[in-house]
Design a protein around this ligand. Sequence first.
Ligand SMILES: CC(C)=CCC/C(C)=C/CC/C(C)=C/CC/C(C)=C/COP(=O)(O)OP(=O)(O)O
Length: 380
Amino acid sequence: MCSTFTLAANPPGIGVIGRGKIFCQKSVTTSKQKISFMFTGKSTEGILQKQTDAHVLEILEKQYSPANNISRGLDHDLCRRNKPQIDAVFLEEAYERCRQICADNAKTYYLGTLLLTKERQKAIWAIYAWCKRTDELVDGPNSFCTSSADLDRWEERLQHIFDGSPWDMLDAALTDTVFNFRLHIKPFRDMIKGMRMDTSKCRYENFEELYLYCYYAGGTVGLMSVPIMGISVKSSASALSIYKSALYLGVGNQLTNILRDVGEDASRGRVYLPQDELAEFGLSDADIFSRKVSDKWREFIKQQIIRARYFYKLAENGASQLEKASQWPTWSVLTMYQKILDAIEENDYDNLTKRAYVGKIQKLSMLPQAYSKAHSTSMV
Ligand SMILES: CC(C)=CCC/C(C)=C/CC/C(C)=C/CC/C(C)=C/COP(=O)(O)OP(=O)(O)O
């Protein structure tokens, strides 16, 4: 996408930035502010439109079809009708193990889940545990021996979860969640696609390619989460726009993690940054591997951070359309993840030799701010 972004403070039209290059400036309007982008390549908006709607519409067709008599919320009787019988004590233990996996591996996300209602918490933990296990197949200690056939088997297992015949305890928790909240299999399948992509690809030519990866690895989690969070009956926004916001939250999280982990990924020979954008800033893989934090690098990362923040802005639009009890947790996650971007700035854009860190106290101190955001933007 070869993009350089600026916030709307800059005049619209044609922009000139530091390196003397002229960019055609385009702008998008989020609910709160107008954000202007400068491009030499494909527009981010164009990429989002092309790639996002199809993913979401496929889910909505099933999740909200008139045949299912579901409009905005979930019909819980219908959800439970075909639910397999799983022993309650066994399930309790299964969810507890999912909670532990989430608490041990996703510290920020876990804090957000603690603000959810009990039923929602359990569901989000079950989804997280499955996502983590999926990720471990390609990124875990034994990932060197994961073959494409292993991913095929994992996908078969996923089908069993959705058919109501889980293979193990953690799968049983997800089966329970799938039937309680009538989840769609597509984002789960897409996450496996992303893992396949990760095993065969370690460079991204442009933002369009990177966005697809971010959708698979993070946007899918947003789509899995909407039925759990619930859409407010008072919302007049389209389900499409709300699902898209959730997807963008996942993509924002993924872009943030990429920016935080550039140095760490480089030591595994991986570069999750658009090659054409690096070139546009006079940078290449060699600059990453030599870990030299130059002014060019700082400018480059600055623009990448603006784009990641843009995704959080898009997510905010949907956060206020969720069921009231889910708004504070969602705003908390939104606010805490953005702090990681602030921490990269505080490290003077050195994400090659340093890992941006946000401490627990700092995260907890964000919660009142998230609470007031949830209340001031809520339509209920
Ligand atoms: C905005 C709307 C409409 C809905 C929100 C629906 C939700 C809650 C979506 C969640 C999307 C999301 C943030 C996905 C990423 C979840 C995830 C796997 C986080 C783990 O991140 P790590 O970096 O591994 O761990 P930390 O949590 O410690 O950062």
